[in-house]
Design a protein around this ligand. Structure first.
Ligand SMILES: [Zn+2]
Length: 236
């Protein structure tokens, strides 16, 4: 994985801003990992894909990561700060998608961790129920006539084996003390930051181009420090 230039980041944003979050995350990683094919990235367990996105985000936007949510008790904004580097420690070494087996009353059931390709296929379903069904069909054998208990065990096993697949956040509102929990989706979060960055960067390019007559390419080649210094000279 490598860092992208400002111009490359803007191109990824421009070419993918209308796509669903998982595809946006995939496009970002595909650009940052030219040594790997998109197909191989799609075969990674979701947790490893997420860990790479978090790491890429760390390189681009730095640590810490701050997420904001609304308190269900009082409606106040609650901020939570995460240490992404320690979250992702060890995720690179995570094993690939392999089948595992559990014993149930109805016989052995095999399952594997959902990879990005499974999630993308499920994402094309018309409803949440259909999406769940597609995931089960792809990742569980046999995939029909599974009891609720077996599905619950499978779900727990998958969460344990791939903790970064869905980041669960817990906290307490400093205003009213209400406990809260939420989920942080790597692709949506990182893309949201990229979008904010892209919009701000284009605004800065616009201001500098208008003031100095420089071309977009020239302005993007400036370091952020130098770009800000020129902006301060224009707007004091
Ligand atoms: Zn509150």
């Amino acid at each position: 994985m490598q860092l992208l230039s400002f111009a490359e980041l803007l191109t990824v944003w421009e070419e993918n801003w209308r796509r669903p979050p998982l595809w946006q995350g995939l496009a970002l990683l595909a650009a940052a990992c030219p040594e790997e094919t998109t197909e191989s990235l799609m075969q990674e367990p979701l947790g490893r894909f997420n860990a790479r996105l978090w790491t890429f985000r760390l390189w681009c936007f730095g640590s810490p990561l701050t997420a904001v949510t609304d308190c269900l008790g009082c409606g106040e904004k609650v901020e939570v700060t995460l240490d992404v580097a320690s979250l992702c420690a060890g995720a690179e070494a995570q094993s690939a998608v392999e089948w595992q087996e559990i014993a149930t009353d109805a016989g052995a059931v095999r399952f594997r961790l959902p990879a990005l390709s499974d999630l993308l296929a499920a994402g094309e379903a018309a409803s949440f129920e259909e999406a769940t069904q597609r995931l089960i069909q792809r990742c569980v054998e046999p995939s029909s006539a599974l009891s609720g208990d077996v599905l619950a065990i499978l779900s727990t096993k998958m969460e344990e084996a791939d903790p970064l697949a869905l980041l669960e956040l817990h906290g307490q509102c400093p205003q009213c003390g209400q406990a809260w929990m939420g989920f942080l989706d790597a692709a949506s979060f990182v893309w949201g930051e990229l979008r904010t960055w892209a919009e701000r960067t284009l605004q800065e390019v616009h201001l500098l181009a208008r003031a100095y007559g420089w071309r977009e390419q020239e302005i993007l080649a400036l370091s952020p420090t130098r770009r800000q210094a020129y902006l301060r000279m224009i707007y004091g």
